[in-house]
Design a protein around this ligand. Sequence first.
Ligand code: ZN
Length: 211
Amino acid sequence: MSTIDNTSHETVCLACPSCDLMFDVSSLGDGETARCSRCQHFLTTYRADELSRVMAYTISALILLILACNYPFLQLESGGLKSMMTLPETASRLWDYEMQGLALIVAAFIIFIPAFILILVLVLVGALMMERHYHWLRPIAWLIFTLQIWSMVDVFFVGVLVSLVKVGGMASMSMGVSFWAYAVFSVLFIPAVYGLDRAQCWHRIEALRGS
Ligand SMILES: [Zn+2]
């Protein structure tokens, strides 16, 4: 497998994204990070087990997201009235209250965009691990690095926690399986998506294309 590692004798050059100074990062060891010597901008971090690590986080996050969408998220009880909500219902209830635009945004940012990104990562990392080159690897990598800034998983969960503190004084609450699944999912999502080093990812794709 082609990587930016110290066992490879080929020169791997990277331009600093900030000041365009060129660096040879082929001698990085496991866990080492390269920064620009002129402006200290981050260049790349080499991890020998990056692909298997990202794959494990991605599969775990996808399983947890499926669990989170299929089990009760939260149950509220006040004055003898009970109300149970699932994760998809956080969006569909907004739709019922005629806030269709907001419902679509919530559903997109907490379920569909994260799921789409994880599936793209799964496909890309799967192809890189099998050392198969496909013409769609570059567009998929571009989509992953573009979409990752639009995922609001952590923002949503912090928002839920803040809401729970406010609602806690008015009703008794019990968190369902979905709540805990989404909590762990929001933690695993970050290393699954951001664990993919951009420079190494492009280098691997280029190496497969040239092989
Ligand atoms: Zn620089």
